[in-house]
Design a protein around this ligand. Sequence first.
Ligand SMILES: *Cc1c(COP(=O)(O)O)cnc(C)c1O
Length: 378
Amino acid sequence: MEIPFNRFYLTGKELEYVRQAQSLEHLCGDGPFSKKCASWLQEKTGCRKALIVPSCTAALEMAAMLLDIRPGDEVIMPSFTFVSTANAFVVRGGVPVFVDIRGDTLNLDESLVEAALTGRTRAIVPVHYAGVGCEMDALVALAAERDLPVIEDAAHGILASYKGRGLGSIGHLAGLSFHETKNVVSGEGGALLINDARFERRAEIIREKGTNRCEFLRGAVDRYTWVDIGSSYLPSEIVSAFLWAQLEQSEDITKRRLAIWRQYHAGLADLERQEKVRRPVVPEHCGANAHLYYLLLPDEARRESFIRALAERGVEASFHYVPLHSSPAGMRFGRAHGDLALTDEIAGRLVRLPLWTAMEPAAVDRVLQAVEEAVRAF
Ligand SMILES: *Cc1c(COP(=O)(O)O)cnc(C)c1O
């Protein structure tokens, strides 16, 4: 394809920092680069504590361990999300309870959550789709009333905000992703953000294979030992060094992506006025990070022909998600709350346009041209 769907961005400093990590003779986890990344995330997101982990999936798995999710425990989440939101809890026997989304932001519909709560509900997991914040005030208030933790799936959310607060700093725990397809990348990568002090010590232990090695390294104990459940959730310094080169530049990365996003948004305003497509909605109180740009087409048949028409013009478009409640594992492990009509409908109509950090305005124009032509053919 002449215009691919995604192309990861390099700042140019990645290999230099990897070389530095090598010369510091500290390649396993929690070295200087990992610490730099963690403090940077604390400062920029406003979270209480950040731990660099191998992926957002790992961060969510750690959250499930920290909450002591047990077989049969229910976890509220949207069905319109990536599988890891659910899997992280399912591996511990948790039952995802899928709730429908809002028609504007495609985020969890906060007004439907209360009716989905049962005596077995153990957590609420909002997903900030496309880096646009969920209605956190309502979700946090409801959770507080029921004494439930809120776990933010902020995989898309780096440097985005809700009412001035960084995504990932609002719930009790949160996961960020640095997967190749996200705004800031280290190939595979992620962070666990902790905002509730009661999880801090245990999170370090779970991340260090169930040992109190962190306390040992701080000199708080004279040897380290196995104290709790845990796994291997420290990424190598090679990954963190690479990630540092990206985080350092991430405000610039966001700016560049926002410029592309705005070019799409302005260029598609007429088609929306003609009711040919619907553009993304970003509420006033949400600070976006241009993680992705999507359109809603009239129906699934026209989405198929639209993607084909774009491909014929050298433009690679894509879609997601297969709603989790209708996937084989989702049916086996989860439960739908209500009919999830909007989730089903939107998942069939959504198409994502190419958006990557180094995309030139001329390439965006070419996509816009292809979209015009494809839509005319409806
Ligand atoms: C990418 C993504 C994840 C998983 O992130 P990894 O870092 O690849 O594990 C989880 N949730 C959502 C919504 C995602 O888009």
